[in-house]
Write a protein that binds this ligand. Sequence first.
Ligand SMILES: CC(C)(COP(=O)(O)OP(=O)(O)OC[C@H]1O[C@@H](n2cnc3c(N)ncnc32)[C@H](O)[C@@H]1OP(=O)(O)O)[C@@H](O)C(=O)NCCC(=O)NCCS
Length: 124
Amino acid sequence: MKIKCGTDIIEIDRIKESIENLGQKFLNKIFTDKEIQYCESKKEQKYQHYAARFAAKEAVFKAISESLPDKFALDWTDYEILNDKEGKPIVTLTGFDMSNIENIDLSISHCKQYAMATAVVIYK
Ligand SMILES: CC(C)(COP(=O)(O)OP(=O)(O)OC[C@H]1O[C@@H](n2cnc3c(N)ncnc32)[C@H](O)[C@@H]1OP(=O)(O)O)[C@@H](O)C(=O)NCCC(=O)NCCS
């Protein structure tokens, strides 16, 4: 069984500045409608959640990148990070052949300054 991991950390202020400077154009380039809905529901804490999803997409990319035929073919919105009913983050990937992947496990954390994520990919 092959297992690959990926991790990423980001300063929340970087994402906040991008959202403030580029607005909806930035949001729509990076996040899906459902992700935007989730983050916006967090009101003044929303930048932590946006940053966490940004880090999560980077972490998943690192974990799957070696199995991608073309690393740059996937868009940011091909990764969607939503939460199950317990709050655990779940990633779904569109535009990517998942047939050789058993599972992708994702863990997210964020505080005032930083957001981070770790992804573990288990291959069949
Ligand atoms: C769920 C919990 C772990 C989140 O921890 P936190 O320090 O409040 O927050 P963090 O910033 O580290 O993590 C937040 C992320 O945790 C993830 N998360 C939430 N619930 C989760 C769950 N049930 N399982 C896995 N991940 C979860 C989410 O991705 C969330 O970020 P998001 O809302 O942007 O998606 C915490 O609220 C909790 O329930 N702790 C209980 C711990 C406990 O009982 N300890 C005693 C024995 S160790």
